[in-house]
Design a binder for this molecule. Structure first.
Ligand code: TRP
Ligand code: ZN
Length: 463
């Protein structure tokens, strides 16, 4: 039962008035924050009226029963006077909500958890919301049919969030435009491991259960949060300049170690090409084929089903740490800024390691018979079901090759490194990118590249 269902009618009427902003106790001025951030592809994702700065998630999970207990402490800053605000949460039962330590009223409608704090929040105020919840977390199906959210596995679970799956396991502002730091603490039955983003700050076993505390010190979009619960062989190594590398491999997939051993060299190569690695640790999580249907660039620790782990995919997911994770799209329309770059990283890696040149890959695609690439322009996917189709990946990468053709290698590398540096830990859109490129090469005309390759329908007339 939702909390508002328990209110007596008078209180419910007052709540209704308060939510419209006309009858707040204390005579304040706040209005509701809004139930989305107008993402063109996922209109209900995210919420208005506040910015989260930190999530402290405390989770307890038992694979045998699939029962999750959670506490989310969300520190946020009000961006306007608020009488109420929304969090996104799909499934699970909410037990209580407090704001600044006082019990708050709340109700649920679909993925919106609307919270009405006891006291209105003032614009600029930092406030702390605590949500206690429990239940069996859901697996969500993406518009393109792939699965995300909470994925039960043979010996545990895998929590993955692109594009909107994080709301299946914690309440929050479920949109890449609002990044925050995270502490993710997970308790599981003794003998299992729980791996997440960032660095492990403590591990202790008590009463037959083990608690793993993970800290992400650099801002992260919610879709990049990961929790992997199960049996894992954990390896600690170091990469360039002592960067900690932590890999977690399902014991039945030990062969993965051969590819993962390349992480330090790949990070080193990527730093040469993209600039300093943006986070305080790196690594990977490898699960069994089918545990997830795809690899994902979860921050500091990308996830691979073992059948999708090869050098090129590793290069791709690690390149996302710069492009996607550190420099994050403001909306799901700008996915090509993730996938075009990560795909181009694969092309460049091949070029630098005795394979095809990026120009040759470009030419082969242009002359090849895969018509899907031309289905829509990279900067305007034809719907939520298509944000991970080949125009976003391949044609997105072709845009970068077109820029390289126009400016030459020196300026091109300045652009891709400078872009990662200028927007480190931030959020960006396509207009930010085209403006950045134009600023870096003021004597060049990019008009046709933008018109034909980035925004234009159909196959451009010239390669
Ligand atoms: N971002 C992943 C990658 O290319 C692919 C992916 C997994 C994806 N799930 C998605 C893309 C959901 C878009 C939407 O590394
Ligand atoms: Zn990708």
């Amino acid at each position: 039962m939702s909390r508002s269902a328990r209110l007596v009618p008078a209180a419910a009427a007052l709540l209704a008035l308060a939510v419209t902003g006309t009858a707040c106790d204390g005579g304040v001025h706040g209005t509701p924050g809004g139930s989305g951030v107008r993402d063109p592809y996922f209109p209900k994702a995210g919420n208005g009226g506040y910015d989260v700065t930190h999530y402290a998630l405390t989770l307890d999970y038992t694979p045998g029963t699939r029962h999750l207990t959670g506490k989310a402490v969300i520190t946020a800053r009000a961006t306007k006077d608020l009488s109420a605000f929304d969090l996104d949460l799909s499934g699970l039962d909410v037990d209580s909500v407090t704001v600044e330590g006082k019990r708050a009223r709340w109700n649920r409608a679909g993925q919106e958890l609307t919270v009405r704090p006891h006291d209105d929040l003032d614009q600029g105020e930092t406030f702390r919301t605590t949500v206690r919840y429990a239940g069996t977390p859901k697996t969500l199906t993406d518009p393109d049919g792939s699965e995300e959210g909470w994925l039960p596995t043979a010996d545990g679970a895998l929590a993955l969030g692109e594009p909107v799956g994080s709301m299946a396991w914690f309440p929050g502002n479920n949109h890449p435009s609002d990044k925050a730091t995270y502490d993710i603490t997970v308790t599981v039955p003794k003998g299992l491991q729980a791996v997440s983003n960032g660095e492990l700050t403590s591990q202790r076993t008590k009463g037959g259960r083990t608690t793993f505390a993970w800290h992400s010190a650099q801002p992260m979009a919610g879709y990049l949060a990961v929790v992997a619960i199960g049996h894992y062989d954990i390896t600690h190594t170091t990469g360039p300049h002592g960067l900690p590398v932590l890999t977690a491999v399902d014991p039945t997939q030990a062969e993965a170690g051969k590819v993962l051993a390349k992480i330090p060299d790949i990070i080193d190569w990527e730093e040469t090409n993209f600039g300093p690695y943006p986070f305080s640790s790196t690594g990977a999580i490898v699960d069994r084929p089918g545990d997830a249907g795809y690899a994902l660039e979860t921050q500091t620790r990308p996830v691979f089903p073992a059948d999708q782990l090869d050098t090129s995919t590793l290069v791709h997911e690690l390149a996302h740490q710069w492009y996607g994770d550190s420099v994050t799209p403001k909306s799901w329309r700008d996915m090509w800024l993730n996938e075009g770059f990560a795909t181009y990283a694969e092309w460049l890696y091949a070029e630098d390691h005795g394979g095809k040149s990026a120009q040759q890959t470009f030419t082969d695609l242009y002359e090849g018979d895969d018509e899907d690439i031309w289905a829509f322009p990279p900067a305007k996917p034809s719907g939520a079901a298509h944000i991970s189709d080949s125009p976003v990946y391949q044609r997105g990468a072709m845009v970068l090759q077109k820029i390289r053709q126009k400016v030459g290698d020196d300026t091109f590398y300045d652009i891709i490194q400078g872009w990662a540096a200028a927007h480190r830990y931030g959020t960006v859109d396509t207009a930010d990118f085209t403006a950045y490129v134009e600023k870096k090469a003021p004597d060049k005309d990019f008009g046709e590249i933008w018109k034909d390759w980035l925004y234009g329908n159909g196959k451009p007339d010239h390669p």
